[in-house]
Design a protein around this ligand. Structure first.
Ligand code: AMP
Length: 209
């Protein structure tokens, strides 16, 4: 099964993508995670994209397209994959159209103010990627990851001002991607606010329709 998950950052795409990948035994490809690991490892690409990502702007189509093209040809993608956070522009969507077919595009919806509340309280473990929230999902020990014991940080791009910039970019650049897939009759729309398990169930239902 080849899927795309689209939605603003903070709508729960990553969480839901992980759940759905384990149900269907397919690979989870998050372009944001790939880029962050380049930054963490201080690769040439990481140094090139750090400032752009910190400001909440989009990395160039050329860079992300190359990353995705290489990634979907890896062995663990043979059974299928979820692209989480890609495509984000119409040209990325058109390019993807040239290299692979998709079974479904899941649009996880959330309103802007809910996103600001969620993201500005979000904490992340840089080592293992686990997510927490200052109010809704606190770690057992303040600022320490329950999973690996490393310290938690707030992503630079989760600062409120940057979150608002990411929302603006989503409405400007990614809305056409949603229309593109709606016209192709590939789009399934799911409400991203609510109980995580219920949202997973509604995604599964949409995928099996
Ligand atoms: P995410 O973790 O999906 O919110 O992505 C974090 C940041 O990575 C974004 O704000 C962009 O700077 C960059 N990024 C991730 N995916 C893409 C993409 N498909 N196109 C351009 N930039 C991306």
């Amino acid at each position: 099964m080849k899927l795309v998950f689209v939605g603003v950052s903070g709508a729960g795409k990553g969480t839901q993508a992980k759940e759905i990948c384990s149900i269907y035994n397919i690979a989870h490809i998050s372009t944001g995670d790939i880029l962050r690991s380049h930054i963490q490892n201080k690769t040439e690409l990481g140094l090139q994209v750090k400032e752009i990502m910190d400001s909440g702007k989009l990395v160039s189509d050329e860079i992300v397209i190359k990353l995705v093209q290489m990634r979907i040809n890896e062995d663990d993608c043979k059974n299928g994959f979820i692209l989480d956070g890609f495509p984000r522009t119409l040209s990325q969507a058109k390019m993807l159209d040239n290299i692979t077919d998709l079974d479904k595009v899941v649009y996880i919806k959330a309103n802007d103010e809910d996103i600001v509340k969620r993201l500005s309280g979000r904490l992340i473990c840089e080592k293992c990627g686990s997510m927490y929230h200052k109010i809704y999902s606190k770690p057992k020990v303040n600022n320490i990851c329950d999973n690996c014991g490393d310290s938690l940080i707030q992503r630079q791009d989760d600062k409120e001002e940057t979150v608002r910039e990411r929302l603006r970019i989503f409405h400007e650049m990614t809305a056409p991607v949603i229309d593109f897939y709606r016209n192709k009759k590939l789009l399934a729309e799911v409400n991203g606010i609510g109980d995580i398990k219920e949202i997973t169930n509604s995604i599964v239902k949409a995928l099996e329709e």
